[in-house]
Design a protein around this ligand. Structure first.
Ligand code: ADP
Ligand code: MG
Length: 330
């Protein structure tokens, strides 16, 4: 990272054991284009947290700072079982930080890389949880803008009916529209372009339906092991999101009924007006298509995994729930 503040100088391991704003850093969990996430101990409450330190150049970007403050507050105000609770957001030594619940599990990016595509039933269970989080955020006037597998954290669920508990994280941490293609001071790419909606690319105003698009890209990848669009370079990828027809999911998952293609065509429509109104409406339509039912427009009240949801058995590798035996996934 940039070498202009004490917190970001040197190798990340140098922070281990150090105290940052009332937190003692225990180990690095992961890093993205603009932040490093550590497992840390909140010394006041003696609880484990995930402490995210944002790249110093973001603290210098006034637009980002304003949004960060505003959206951290907004996200913290949403009390939702599938949104990672934010405990504190602040600034220390010129570095913006967020302390949040430590989720002991794996992010969806990691899961897909390790296990390949997931079973339709597992996908639907995870998707329904993420969709409820996104819709709740939208009801609070908050648009996520960066729905991607790395921002979906999957932990062990409560029982065999709920094998996974999924959390959405990182509200308000995207840079806006064209700065999506920006680079940090060390030349790392800020974010991925695999899940970005056409209206984000063209800088038009966004609402919750931009998350419907990004979320549908994620669900597509969860089932197909690849996002809807793959191109050799970023410009071609941006072009594809704006103008190209997505390939049918059944090209990669011939075990699924053709009705799923219609659902993705709608969720991935270029114009927000042509998409599902909400993320849960998209998941309900997908669930109905997978089950060979007609979507009534009313999501069933039964929990995911209940009778009637399962398709004919997929290959065994896909049929496994994310967690099978006790113990953390990593
Ligand atoms: N609250 C959390 N609990 C546990 N792990 C987390 C938490 N937040 C983020 N992580 C992990 O840290 C990694 C890096 O996060 P981040 O900097 O947001 O990058 P990205 O979202 O681009 O993957 C994530 O992929 C995730 O695995
Ligand atoms: Mg993230």
């Amino acid at each position: 990272m940039a070498r202009d503040t004490s917190l970001f100088s040197g190798r990340p391991s140098e922070l281990v054991g150090r105290q940052v704003a009332g937190y003692r850093i225990e180990r690095e969990i992961g890093r993205g284009g603009m932040a490093v996430v550590y497992r840390a101990l909140d010394l006041r409450l003696e609880r484990t947290v995930a402490l995210k330190l944002l790249a110093p150049e973001l603290a210098r970007n006034d637009t980002f700072r304003l949004r960060f403050t505003h959206e951290s507050r907004a996200a913290a105000a949403i009390d939702h079982p599938h949104i990672v609770p934010v405990y504190e957001a602040g600034e220390t030594d010129g570095v913006l930080y967020i302390a949040m619940r430590y989720v002991d599990g794996s992010d969806l990016r990691h899961l897909l890389d390790r296990r390949g595509p997931l079973a339709p039933s597992t996908t639907l269970r995870i998707a329904a949880q993420v969709a409820s989080a996104l819709d709740a955020a939208h009801e609070h006037g908050l648009v996520h803008r960066d729905v991607k597998p790395g921002n979906i954290l999957v932990a062990r669920g409560t029982d065999s009916d709920h094998p996974e508990h999924t959390y959405l994280t990182d509200f308000g941490l995207t840079k806006k529209s064209l700065s999506l293609t920006g680079f940090t001071s060390v030349g790392q790419f800020v974010g991925t372009l695999d899940y970005v909606a056409p209206e984000q690319i063209s800088g038009r105003p966004v609402d919750g339906r931009c998350d419907v698009y990004g979320f549908a890209c994620v669900v597509f990848e969860t089932l197909a092991a690849r996002p809807p669009f793959r191109r050799d370079d970023d410009m071609a990828l941006l072009w594809a999101h704006q103008y190209d027809q997505p390939p049918p999911l059944t090209e990669f998952r011939p075990d699924l009924p053709a009705a799923v293609d219609t659902v993705f065509d709608r969720a991935l429509a270029k114009s927000p007006d042509d998409r599902h109104d909400s993320c849960l409406a998209f998941v309900a339509a997908l669930r109905a298509a997978v089950a060979g039912r007609e979507d009534t427009g009313h999501p069933p009240t039964v929990v995911a995994g209940a009778a009637g949801e399962e398709r004919p058995q997929p290959p065994p590798r896909w049929a496994e729930p994310v967690f099978r035996t006790p113990g953390p996934a990593r």
